[in-house]
Design a protein around this ligand. Structure first.
Ligand code: ADE
Ligand code: ZN
Length: 339
């Protein structure tokens, strides 16, 4: 093993990202450019003024700004440019595979056709595969602050694009929106052949994580920080190796944790949980995948071995085939031994 610094080690290790909202990669520079070309006025005078507004006390304060930003996306090209910008960014960070959330209702409720949204994102993902060698899957999220009828309508709109969408998910305001509201639409989505994931236990209680498992039959929990409050749940997650997609910088910026030094990662790893690191909404939270790894590595003094385990987990918990997982895990092993 060489004397590579932890930062360099993180930068070079092959990784997958499993929790990333494409609307959350909308950098202010691109936002102003697209707003201009669509003749839409942004409520902020300048890029700097917009960036100053990125100061959140909780999830809802962030979501209000995030949805306002997404309002300038109108054309297929806009969704293409947004997705392509993310892919080029993470290509420079040695991201090999990404599983991307998109929120169709944020756009269809403004009159943007479902086809416009998915076509733009899908075309960029195809180019990402061909030109950058980044493989990807698409996950369609229902917004939990909206009603069940709207989620059923969205599922209906997605059916012609089934081959482009691997799973359905659930995001947006957690408190006051129990997952039980979406039990029936998730059941229908499963019948249609989609896998399921859900945000749970970010701000909401451990009980919501149980609901994600028991009512929505999820393959992964997005966030899941609050699982620590429930010992039985911790046991269940470890025994069944239910992956958690943790997002350290997001949790810091949305005050889910006060300091990365208190991040629950090591406790979860010691208890045998299948944890992964992800960026959530990198344009809003000050860092892409590598900054999330380096942030916790520094705060928790992680070893190369622990970082290697996290990178392996990112593939183990992905929706890739076993053959593809094994190939990437071998690559990571080799990297560990040579760095
Ligand atoms: N939508 C985008 N980011 C989110 C998050 N961290 N939690 C819930 N919904 C979101
Ligand atoms: Zn999220």
């Amino acid at each position: 093993m060489k004397n590579t610094s932890i930062k360099k080690f993180i930068e070079g290790i092959p990784k997958a990202e499993l929790h990333l909202h494409i609307e959350g990669t909308f950098e202010p520079e691109l936002m102003f450019k697209i707003a201009n070309r669509n003749n839409i006025v942004i409520n902020y005078e300048s890029i700097d003024e917009l960036k100053k507004a990125y100061n959140f006390n909780n999830l809802q304060e962030f979501l209000d700004i995030y949805y306002a930003g997404a309002n300038v996306l109108m054309e297929e090209q806009d969704f293409y440019d947004l997705t392509w910008a993310y892919l080029t960014k993470v290509n420079a960070q040695n991201l090999a595979h990404t599983e991307i959330f998109f929120d169709p209702q944020t756009h269809t409720d403004r009159g943007v056709p479902f086809d416009t949204v998915i076509q733009g994102i899908h075309n960029a993902l195809e180019d990402g595969n061909e030109k950058l060698g980044i493989s990807s899957q698409l996950i369609m999220c229902f917004l939990r602050h909206l009603d069940e009828a709207s989620s059923f309508k969205t599922l209906e709109q997605a059916l012609p694009y089934k081959k482009w969408i691997a799973a359905v998910g659930l995001d947006s305001s957690e408190n006051g929106n129990p997952l039980s509201k979406f039990e029936r639409v998730f059941f229908k989505a499963k019948e249609e052949g989609f896998l399921t994931v859900a945000h749970a236990g970010e701000e909401g209680p451990a009980e919501y994580i149980w609901e994600a498992i028991n009512l929505l039959n999820v393959s992964r929990i997005d966030h899941g920080n609050r699982s620590l409050d429930d010992d039985q749940l911790m046991k269940h997650l470890a025994e069944h190796q239910v992956p958690l997609t943790l997002c350290p910088l997001s949790n810091l910026e949305l005050k889910v944790v006060n300091d990365l030094k208190d991040y629950p990662l090591l406790g979860m790893m010691e208890r045998g949980l299948m944890v992964t690191l992800n960026s959530d909404d990198p344009a809003y939270f000050g860092g892409y995948i590598n900054e999330n790894y380096t942030g916790v590595a520094k705060a928790l003094n992680l070893s190369k071995k622990q970082i290697t385990e996290l990178a392996k987990n990112s593939f183990k918990a992905s929706l890739l085939s076993q053959v593809e997982k094994d190939k990437m895990i071998q690559k990571i092993e080799n990297y560990y031994h040579n760095n």
